[in-house]
Design a protein around this ligand. Structure first.
Ligand SMILES: [Fe+2]
Length: 176
């Protein structure tokens, strides 16, 4: 599973802290198993159920959010120098994990992706944090997951969470 994940989403390798990279991959494995998915299912899985038919799969969405986040961070750091402090490992890990809860928010019925019962009751920013909790994912990364969507609008987002939030909507609205 890990080999397949790295093949489909090479951005895992951008996490410099090898211990953190392993933890992030472990959370992906746990979420895939919890949802009953294979890595190959991610190629068919829509990144959102709000656009039907959805032209962007989960892998493309995650890669899009990671890469827009990195690009935004680089731009901010080059213009604002030391005034904007960004932890790149937290940023990349947060972008890779921001929608991890969707793997339990969805189920497949007759070839169609629909909301699971858990998905109806507990949205993915919350279930995503739940999936991370046992793996000692840093709190700063759980914050990015918890606050990436509108749930975070009332909280004070960290610099990394601000970037992932906008990178997510930047990717989402291209297909709306
Ligand atoms: Fe997303």
């Amino acid at each position: 599973m890990k080999k397949d994940l790295l093949k489909f989403i090479p951005e895992f390798n951008l996490i410099k802290d090898s211990d953190l990279k392993e933890k992030v991959l472990k959370v992906w494995n746990i979420a895939l198993a919890a949802g009953g998915w294979q890595v190959s299912d991610l190629q068919r899985m829509p990144f959102t159920l709000l656009i039907d038919p959805c032209p962007c799969n989960m892998i493309e969405h995650i890669r899009g959010v990671v890469n827009v986040s990195i690009g935004a961070a680089k731009a901010l750091q080059s213009v604002h120098k030391g005034k904007v402090k960004i932890n790149e490992d937290y940023l990349i890990a947060g972008a890779l994990l921001h929608d991890i809860g969707k793997l339990v928010e969805y189920k497949e019925e007759n070839g169609k992706f629909i909301q699971s019962n858990l998905g109806k009751l507990v949205r993915h920013p919350v279930s995503g944090v739940g999936l991370c909790y046992s793996q000692e994912i840093p709190e700063e990364i759980m914050h990015i997951i918890a606050s990436h969507s509108w749930e975070g609008d009332r909280s004070k987002r960290t610099p990394e969470a601000i970037i992932v939030h906008h990178a997510d909507f930047t990717n989402f609205e291209q297909f709306k």
